[in-house]
Design a protein around this ligand. Structure first.
Ligand SMILES: Nc1ncnc2c1ncn2[C@@H]1O[C@H](COP(=O)(O)OP(=O)(O)OP(=O)(O)O)[C@@H](O)[C@H]1O
Length: 204
């Protein structure tokens, strides 16, 4: 499968484009890094690739077709702030159910404890909550995972544990992964290819 963004243009405010003429593509099985200075539009691009934002120019295609508008989305985004990605009024078991039927061992491998399932998001630490968000994003229908500073707020051991599981699942399921991070060593260790947004970005 191929996820591609072609000639993407995007602005939040009139006359202030954030992205202009950006191209990026990810093949199944690839681990691609996306780097660039702060404020250059990396998170915006990941939201466009996941279908949360519509580009003002260009298009996002999955095997040549537009992203599906309903059902479990094949492109899943996990970002830095898990508390913004879950419904605060739902117990974690309900949030997880959004991913459908998960691989039984996944929660255990991600270090999710059974008793956490009955808790609400505000009864978990950021790191505990992020494990749920990662699990939910690794549902059986996921073909591409976009990790936007996914482990930036976690300690090194938790970061390594989560990435190990993500890479195992990605390899087994032949998922494509986009890694957005300011941590050069993480990008270097994980990625087979790196896209630099300062180069991809069309100069004016
Ligand atoms: N909702 C919004 N409304 C207006 N401007 C926004 C909004 N979200 C982001 N921006 C602006 O768009 C630009 C790109 O932001 P974005 O978060 O995509 O950058 P980034 O490369 O991911 O940055 P960082 O590395 O700091 O996370 C920034 O100038 C930011 O201030």
């Amino acid at each position: 499968m191929l996820l591609e963004a072609k000639q993407i243009g995007f602005r939040y405010e009139r006359d202030r484009p954030v992205l202009r003429g950006v191209d990026i593509s990810i093949q199944s099985g690839e681990i691609v890094g996306l780097v660039g200075p702060s404020g250059f539009g990396k998170s915006t691009l990941s939201r466009i690739l996941a279908g949360y934002e519509q580009p003002h120019e260009g298009q996002v295609l999955l095997d040549g077709a537009p992203l599906p508008a309903s059902g479990f989305h094949p492109v899943q985004l996990v970002f830095q702030h898990p508390e913004k990605a879950v419904n605060p009024r739902w117990r974690m078991s309900r949030t997880l159910a959004e991913a459908g039927d998960l691989d039984a061992s996944l929660l255990e491998r991600l270090g999710v404890q059974k008793e956490w399932l009955e808790r609400f998001p505000n009864e978990l630490s950021g790191g505990e909550l992020q494990r749920f968000c990662v699990a939910r994003a690794l549902g059986r229908g996921t073909r591409f995972l976009l990790a936007d500073e996914m482990t930036a707020m976690l300690d090194a051991i938790t970061q390594a544990q989560i990435w190990q599981v993500v890479l195992e699942v990605a390899r087994k399921e032949n998922m494509g992964v986009l890694v957005i991070s300011h941590e050069k060593h993480l990008i270097h260790r994980l990625c087979t290819r790196v896209v630099d947004l300062t180069i991809t970005h069309e100069k004016t």
